[in-house]
Ligand binder design. Sequence first.
Ligand code: ZN
Length: 364
Amino acid sequence: MFLCMSSTIFFSSIYLLIACGSVYGWGGDGHSLTAAIAQTLLTNESLAFVRDHLPWYTSGNISMLASWPDYIIYPDTNPVDYLNWQWSKELHYVDTKDWSCVYNRDEDCNWNTGRQCVDGSIQNYTIRLADTQQDEIQRNEALKFLIHFIGDVHQPLHAGFQGDRGGNSIRGHFFGKETNLHSLWDNIMIERRISQDFHSQPLLYLDYLINQMKTRYAQNTSDWTHCPSSDESRYLACSTSWIIEDAKLNCEIVYRDENNQPMSISKEFDLGQTYYNTRMVILEQRLIQGGLRLATVINKIVQSITDNNKSNKICFGTMMLFIALVCLSIVTLSLLIYSFLRRKTTRIMLLPTIKDKNEYIPVA
Ligand SMILES: [Zn+2]
């Protein structure tokens, strides 16, 4: 019965988030799908870990709270408390220089100059989650942010151009409906795909994406989960490299119309089937990459905690052995000293006492 309830919660929560969450970030769809892909790739230890660090009602289903960082910052989804979370708004994205086609971490996202961004936030929450000295509330929050931000960073326009606010200011029409470029990538293309090709059933689309990951992209998965830059190998998440991919995609694909012309604020776009057919493949690849990388990061964090616990146990064991050896040495030394002193005292006591020379009668 419990299993039955858990699976009902699992599927209904995905559906619920997908049904109501098409407003922010990747959109509820993108975040739920990315997290649901990741869920299938978690190790048993990671599944237990997420169960321990997410609220009980999720039963360890990371999709259920994948959009939480978006909900907390808006008054319509968090009317009482949204002001307290405004500091986290800038952690969802990074602005890159218009048509520079590169991401420069020192200039575009520098924690020291107060310019926070999704790159730094992924690193920050990765470190916090792996740090067992942090209190539980901080680590639980870190997990929820991490699930979301690794999704966000795979939506190319979350590393879009500064001048058009990541495509939000570029307006136009998609299949005749008014929208902006950012929303097109956040929700609209995904919604169209689910409704047209998967009978409006997000779970069928999830199955399709998982199947694509295991077949079409099976050869790519090890490359996608490996840090291409050696300076990033010290991190558990390679977010800088993922943003570099976004910057390239933006220049070559996202910001170009059906005639390969650059899109801008000054000209309304008019996009349809050609843009949808060619871009949807890239968008799906990003959803799969996001899921794969999210699972890899969580698995790495859990592995590093397990390794640390093991080495702490070994350290503790070695220390106890050392203390035992010291104690044993002290006891042995004390016993030696005691027996030495005792032998000396016995010998003195056994020697004849010569009180008077006359008493000594040498043997003839
Ligand atoms: Zn977001």
